[in-house]
Design a protein. Structure first.
Length: 94
C-alpha cells in the first residue's frame, strides 16, 4: 500500500506524463512514424488472422501497452529520484 507522500508523488508523475504525452511525445516525428508502422502491422495481422484469433491480437496489444505504461512511470520516477540525488551531490561539491 502506498503511503500518502508516495501517492502524491505518483499522482504528480501521472499528471506530468500526461502533459508530456499530450504536448511533446505526439509532436515527435519518430514517435508518429513508429505509431503508424505499428498500426499498419496490427491491421495487416488482424486481416489475415481467422476471426477466432483476432481477440488474442487485441489482448496482446493491450498487454504490451500496459507493460509500456508501467515502464514509462517507473523510468520517470527513477529519473526524478536520480535528479534529486544529483542535485544533492552538486550542492555538496560546492
Amino acid at each position: 500500500m502506498l503511503m500518502p507522500m508516495e501517492k502524491t508523488f505518483r499522482s504528480m508523475v501521472y499528471e506530468r506524463l500526461e502533459d508530456i504525452g499530450s504536448n511533446i511525445v505526439i509532436q515527435d516525428e519518430e514517435y508518429k512514424k513508429r505509431g503508424n508502422e505499428s498500426s499498419e502491422l496490427y491491421t495487416q495481422l488482424k486481416q489475415i488472422l481467422p476471426e477466432e484469433y483476432r481477440n488474442l491480437l487485441f489482448e496482446l496489444d493491450c498487454a504490451y501497452n500496459a507493460q509500456a505504461s508501467i515502464a514509462e512511470v517507473l523510468v520517470y520516477e527513477q529519473g526524478v529520484k536520480d535528479g534529486m540525488k544529483l542535485k544533492d551531490m552538486l550542492v555538496m561539491a560546492e
